[in-house]
Design a protein around this ligand. Structure first.
Ligand code: OXD
Ligand code: MN
Length: 597
């Protein structure tokens, strides 16, 4: 009989029930101690799940390889399981809960035979903060335990906070046989439960992240009147030492992590600007007693994409991942360090690729394509506390006050570099109509527009029409609502070349946004919102070719009309559920766009 480190009866009963279903050899409760971590790492190395990396150059770091059929989130196997189909809405896969539990139970049955079942109590958000939610993840993967220890607050202090009666999200995970035909990522928001089986990939199995902090939390946030959003949070310190915090939503692969860890360009640094990173992926936001919106990052780590990370795109991340980092599906160099496409320096002359095969630059596969050293979605898991720009308010139970919300996408032509919405309702429309064009790196037709409202399309745990209603209602509850902006770093010229240099130069636009929030400057009223007077953006030391600014801010009537058509199609799928206010905003925009020349 296992000894339990808790007197929480329901938790113990649930653990025993899962144990009877999965039939592990033994059950281990995770306490979050350093000794336990060292033991798990040692066992992981002995069992082949972890490869220790060069202890001088990357101390405390390991490499893990997932099954090659299991390298990304599997949206088509991800379900919202509510009693009514309508509650999941038109954008989620839906399964009836009874059927879903039965299907998964068949796969979980005996799946942990010969393995250890780990029980991980974890807190999303500082332990004991009014923002925080507790989950307990049961898993048969040591890799999951070690990643959860970086990404969340884990162990004894969480159990203490949970007490004998506390609410928690029931998260059950098993690798089972990693068969893609027996893989399911199931969310039961009405039961506060997540079941994930048949995968070992982070986004599917670190259940505190997308599954709890976005899908389950968004459902809870609607009920409890707060926000669970797919947003970075960063602080911008101005030369007077005042810090303004912003939250920003961009679809995956639009540079959220790079923006959150931005290092100011020379000119702005000299002026006295500094950036503080609060989070790169998830924001939980509440209206506090002052009537303003306050945000925490519920996570404690970054689960970042490795390819393309280098000293130019993200110098702070390069510093962060030098130690205590778990690398997944990257290339192993002969000196026991790692590499990926788009890393600093020259490619190594040889190494072991992400699938464990010998690799050399220039290798070609049977279809004539280059063999990649690292998988395009290879990752690092690393503690935020190691980041040079980590905010000193990460553990603040009340988080940080949000002055601006920013939405953005990857648009070649339509959206200008930046604009500000007229008011909250218009801002919700701007977020609800957010879109990105597919790049060559993504599945699907290049250039095709994918609408991704508030970057939540794959993560909203309920009907998106209800979600829009929630956003509108929250605006009415706030006394000091943040201003809402839209940015587009990805506008291109006639030859398809980016017009804006991006990366650290984006701070110039954030400076304008913060100045607008502080009421320091005025702006031009345009058909789509307020646009900057160019003299109010600091372009010092940024040589842009003649005519570039004009192109970055030009509004093209045909492009906007085409976009309105696509918005109409998108909105129509929500039928009568779409809040009337969004149709009003649509009509008003159409009217204003008709005045464009
Ligand atoms: C992520 C994503 O992994 O949004 O953060 O896809
Ligand atoms: Mn994300």
């Amino acid at each position: 009989m296992t000894r339990h480190p808790t007197h929480h009866k329901k938790l113990i009963e649930w653990v025993e029930k899962c144990s009877r279903l999965c039939e592990p050899d033994d059950v281990v409760w995770i306490d979050g101690s350093a000794e336990e971590k060292a033991r798990l790492e040692k066992e992981g190395v002995a069992g082949g799940e972890l490869i220790p990396l060069n202890s001088d150059k990357l101390p405390g770091s390991f490499l893990h390889r997932t099954n090659p059929n299991d390298v990304a989130r599997t949206e088509h196997l991800t379900y919202i399981c509510t009693r009514e189909k309508e509650s999941a809405g038109p954008n989620n896969n839906w399964m009836e809960p009874k059927e879903a539990y039965q299907k998964a139970r068949d796969i979980f049955k005996g799946s942990m035979k010969g393995r250890t079942m780990y029980v991980i109590p974890f807190s999303m958000g500082p332990v004991g903060s009014p923002f925080s939610k507790i989950g307990v993840e049961i898993t048969d993967s040591r890799y999951v335990v070690l990643n959860m220890e970086i990404m969340t607050r884990v162990g004894a202090e969480v159990l203490k906070q949970l007490g004998t009666e506390g609410e928690f999200t029931h998260c059950l995970h098993s690798l089972a046989d990693l068969d893609i035909n027996r893989r399911l990522i199931l969310h039961f928001p009405e039961d506060n439960t997540i079941w994930s089986v048949g995968s070992g990939y982070g986004g599917n199995v670190l259940l505190g992240k997308k599954c709890l902090s976005l899908r389950i939390a968004s459902y809870q946030a609607k009920k409890e009147k707060w926000f669970a959003e797919h947003m970075l949070i960063m602080g911008i310190e101005d030369p007077s030492g005042r810090i303004r915090y912003i939250a920003a939503a961009f679809p995956s692969a639009c540079g959220k992590t790079n923006l959150a860890l931005l290092v100011p360009p020379e000119g702005l640094k000299k002026k006295g600007y500094r950036v503080w990173t609060v989070g790169d992926d998830i924001a939980w936001m509440r209206i506090d007693t002052d009537g303003a919106l306050w945000a925490v990052n519920p996570e404690t780590g970054f689960f970042g994409v490795a390819p393309g990370t280098n000293s130019k795109s993200n110098p702070n991340m390069v510093e962060t991942i030098r130690k205590n980092t778990i690398y997944t599906n990257v290339l192993l160099k002969p000196d026991g360090t790692v590499w990926w496409e788009g890393a600093d320096g020259e490619p190594p002359t040889r190494g072991i690729d992400w699938q464990g095969n010998p690799w050399k630059p220039g290798m070609i596969d049977k279809d004539g394509k280059p063999v990649l050293g690292a998988h395009p979605n290879s990752r690092f898991t690393t503690p935020i506390s190691q980041c040079p720009s980590a905010s000193f308010r990460l553990e603040q139970p009340h988080g940080v006050p949000i002055s601006a919300i920013i939405f953005g996408g990857r648009r070649q032509h339509v959206a200008p570099l930046v604009y500000e919405s007229f008011n909250w309702q218009h801002g919700v429309f701007v977020g609800a109509t957010m879109a990105s064009e597919r790049t060559a790196a993504q599945y699907g037709k290049q250039g095709e527009v994918r609408r991704d409202p508030m970057a939540m399309l794959p993560f909203c745990g309920y009907n998106m029409a209800e979600y829009f209603r929630h956003w509108l209602d929250m605006g009415k509850r706030m006394k000091k609502a943040p201003k809402i902006f839209h940015v587009n770093w990805f506008r291109t010229d006639e030859k398809g070349k980016f017009l804006w240099p991006g990366y650290c130069e984006n701070l110039r636009i954030l400076e304008w946004i913060v100045d607008r929030c502080d009421g320091k400057i005025d702006a031009q009223k345009c058909p789509i919102g307020y646009m900057p007077k160019l003299e109010n953006i600091d372009f010092t030391g940024l040589p842009l070719a003649a005519g570039t600014l004009e192109k970055l801010f030009r509004l093209d009537k045909k492009n906007w009309n085409d976009d309105l058509e696509s918005i109409k199609e998108f909105f129509k799928q929500f039928k009568k559920d779409l809040p009337e206010e969004l149709w009003q905003e649509y009509e008003a925009l159409k009217e204003r766009v008709s005045t464009l020349k």
